[in-house]
Design a protein around this ligand. Structure first.
Ligand SMILES: NC(=O)c1ccc[n+]([C@@H]2O[C@H](COP(=O)([O-])OP(=O)(O)OC[C@H]3O[C@@H](n4cnc5c(N)ncnc54)[C@H](O)[C@@H]3O)[C@@H](O)[C@H]2O)c1
Length: 453
């Protein structure tokens, strides 16, 4: 594949983008794709949403909001617009001038990257590929995926039709990492600066022009690989720093030193320090998963990623640490873990969202049950569990009342949802293990009934 410097296809698409004539297809209407489709639609572009899960286009057509943290206006705005439609008919990808790929990139059973969703999507795009289309990958992945995996799969599916088309001249490709942080109120898709790196300069410019329609700040970088690697650096930075404070927690706690107070104290330094807080383990679609995409790719080059592996080791040991502390707390009060009734507060992986992907709460419940405790959970945002990659708990959320709290030997705070009534929890729980520093205001009242973990 050769990369050219200028072409008619570039000029045509550029004009279409500038005049809001370029139709944007967003593949994967999940946490990333739905707000992105909305932001570009708000910027004036016609948008089509594609998903293999027919429930999502259907929900949008019916004005049903399926991602609560985004608010219901997003879905109804799209439903009511003549410039938006959602479909499961991938044959219609040919109608789009720009295609943004926002499909999952999970890990396989042996912690290896699973880019099968990207490849399936590439196959669908290839089948209707036409000259002048721009394809942008948003899914987090290892460097080289856009150029070496996705685009060859697109061309392969296009077959003889595309045999003379040149990447960067007739067809354009770029990578632009999503930086969503579901539940964060201070930023939205349109205000989070966006990186764009193309396979060739023209692709970078075209992709940047598309995003500038709906996103305030777009930063062009020199290649797709720079953009792919920058996203990994952002997530590895978090994973490593969380591991660092988790290690400090397990080191300072036996010394009788409160790690949360230490971090807040260090956080008063106005430069050169950024606060990260410990917890019961890592959760979400990104931080526990993405670093291992680089670890895997590094092996191809004979490199080892010691920092990433060590951070992974420390972070995955955190649920075990928390459960050891739970046993210690019960023991201090003359109770054995075996046979105890334990309530885990919060099933979502972080506060005020309903996303349970990779949530450490599942691991906590599993470990409690492995040690003979009877564990339940309470989460106002997650009424019941369903089968996930690792766990199938088949449990329903317990309603939080004074009586229900009092019926448990131990309450474990795993996710600090703002909907939780901490006063009621402090007043009615027999024992509390706090992995989130949610009970600070109640330390004195709780005394030795509380333990930090
Ligand atoms: N959620 C986040 O906060 C976040 C942040 C940054 C980056 N990312 C990355 O963005 C990507 C998407 O994550 P997400 O959180 O939006 O996932 P998600 O599971 O919420 O959404 C993915 C959507 O893609 C659909 N899908 C799956 N296979 C498909 C296919 N072959 N064709 C079309 N649609 C398909 C699913 O039905 C789903 O609706 C991942 O690579 C993730 O790592 C996510």
């Amino acid at each position: 594949m050769t990369v050219a410097t200028s072409s008619d296809a570039y000029k045509t698409l550029k004009t279409k983008i500038e005049t809001n004539q370029a139709r944007v297809g967003v593949i994967g209407l999940g946490y990333v794709g739905l707000p992105l489709a909305h932001a570009l639609h708000q910027g004036g572009l016609p948008v089509m949403g594609f998903d293999v899960d027919e429930e999502k286009p259907k929900a949008i057509r019916e004005g049903r909001n399926y991602l609560k943290h985004l608010g219901s206006d997003m879905v109804t705005t799209l439903r009511d617009s003549k410039r938006f439609e959602a479909t499961t008919d991938f044959a219609r990808l040919g109608e789009c001038d720009v295609i943004l790929v926002c499909v999952p990139t999970p890990l396989g059973r042996h912690q290896e990257p699973d880019i099968s969703y990207i490849l399936q999507t590439a196959d669908a795009i290839g089948k209707t590929l036409r000259k002048g289309q721009l394809i942008v990958l948003e899914s987090t992945t290892y460097p080289g995926t856009t150029r070496e995996d996705m685009m060859p799969a697109v061309f392969k599916a296009a077959g003889a039709r595309a045999k003379d088309w040149v990447l960067g001249e007739d067809i354009f490709a770029a990578f632009s990492p999503e930086r969503e942080d579901p539940g964060r109120k201070s930023h939205s898709t349109s205000t989070i600066p966006k990186l764009v790196g193309g396979v060739g300069k023209q692709a970078t410019e075209l992709a940047a022009a598309v995003y500038r329609k709906g996103i305030k700040e777009v930063i062009e970088v020199s290649s797709a690989e720079i953009a792919e690697s920058a996203k990994l650096l952002e997530n590895i930075f978090r994973a490593v720093n969380i591991a660092l404070v988790n290690e400090l927690k397990t080191t300072l706690t036996p010394m009788g030193i409160d790690v949360w107070e230490v971090i807040r104290a260090a956080g008063t330094k106005p430069f050169g320090f950024m606060s990260f807080f410990p917890g019961p383990g890592l959760g979400g679609h990104c931080i526990p998963i993405d670093p291992f995409y680089l670890t895997w790719k590094a092996k191809e080059f004979g490199c080892s990623t010691k920092f990433i592996e060590l951070a992974g080791e420390i972070n995955t040991s955190m649920p075990h640490y928390a459960i050891d502390r739970a046993a210690e707390l019960l023991n201090n009060h003359g109770k054995a873990m075996k046979g105890s009734k334990v309530l885990v507060l919060g099933l979502a992986y972080k506060a005020d969202i309903d996303d349970v992907r990779e949530s450490p709460s599942f691991e906590l419940i599993q470990l409690l049950e492995d040690r003979g405790a009877r564990a339940d959970y309470s989460d106002p945002l997650v009424p019941e569990t369903w089968a996930g990659r690792k766990h199938d708990l088949q449990k329903k959320s317990v309603a939080l009342t004074a009586a229900s709290l009092a019926s448990y030997d131990l309450v474990v705070v795993s996710t600090a949802h703002s909907a939780f009534d901490w006063n009621m929890i402090a007043k009615n729980s027999k024992l509390i293990l706090d992995t989130r520093d949610a009970m600070r205001a109640h330390h004195t009242a709780l005394g030795d009934r509380l333990m930090l973990a």
